[in-house]
Design a protein around this ligand. Sequence first.
Ligand code: ATP
Length: 313
Amino acid sequence: AKKVLTVGEILVEIVATTKGDGFGEPQPLIGPFPSGAPAIFIDQVGRLGTPAAIISRVGNDDFGRLNLDRLAADGVDVSGVEVAKGEVTGSAFVRYRPDGSRKFVYNIAHSATGRLVLTPAGEALLESCDHLHVMGTALSVSGLADVAREAIARIKARGGTLSFDPNLRREILETPGLRQALEEVLAHSDLFLPSGEEIYLFTEADDEAAAVAELLRRGVGEIVIKRGDRGASHFDAHGRTDVAPLWVDEVDPTGAGDCFGGAFVSLWLAGASPETALRYANAAGAHAVTEIGPMEGAATRDQLDALLGLTKG
Ligand code: ATP
């Protein structure tokens, strides 16, 4: 089977359990949970039994170990994760605003992950993996961005495929040079997985159909738009496929897009039709929101089959 690789941040996430605007007042928190968008993505790939690996860097501490233990338990090859002595694993605090949107406070740039360099183990993964998944958050931190760019060049040169999820948080949009870095990744993408409005970041088009048509014309192979509790859509040269959201009880939306992407890429690489990949990805996104904690809702194939009503007996 083909092997999926991602490059990017590993961190722990600590989540507020009450809604509010600022971080000025003490509030009840839950966590730490293993996290980092690329880590959530690759954990979902691993849980589905697809060969998976991540290039990253953590501190030699409990937060780093929490992540490595989880990823390894779910079948992810963590040989490309450097454990840096005397450095710390990053963290993110999440708070839900009264309107349900999220405020993130990131502590990544000065963490072990922010000083990522390619190690011999990382180099070996670039030679052995078939597909690379890159996320916008990785491009917002300078050390990570350099390794991500190198990884794209190497995987593409070997004939591998690339998927790209901009995953842009309001908090990282101000990063200098980010826009150009995103455009460069998009230009090499076989599969583009924006959520909602992110499709408009890369074109002048003012409606979705025009934006999609322009990106396909520019050479993006397939586009999958994530629409939260409104489902998702797939576009390629043959046309459009929509999928309705599955009914689930949402307790924590964080991680839905990453699990959706992990499932889509797993099925896509294994040769499933766009319709099938979309159906499973939609189910993985729905499953993800049913658990508190970003990675806690990553699903196995059996869980997705059950959610899709495909379980026998
Ligand atoms: P995040 O950045 O928080 O991981 P995202 O914005 O990238 O998320 P979403 O669009 O929120 O991604 O969710 C991805 C997919 O998961 C949706 O397209 C949908 O298929 C599924 N999904 C998300 N939320 C729900 C929900 N409440 N009910 C059913 N399906 C959902």
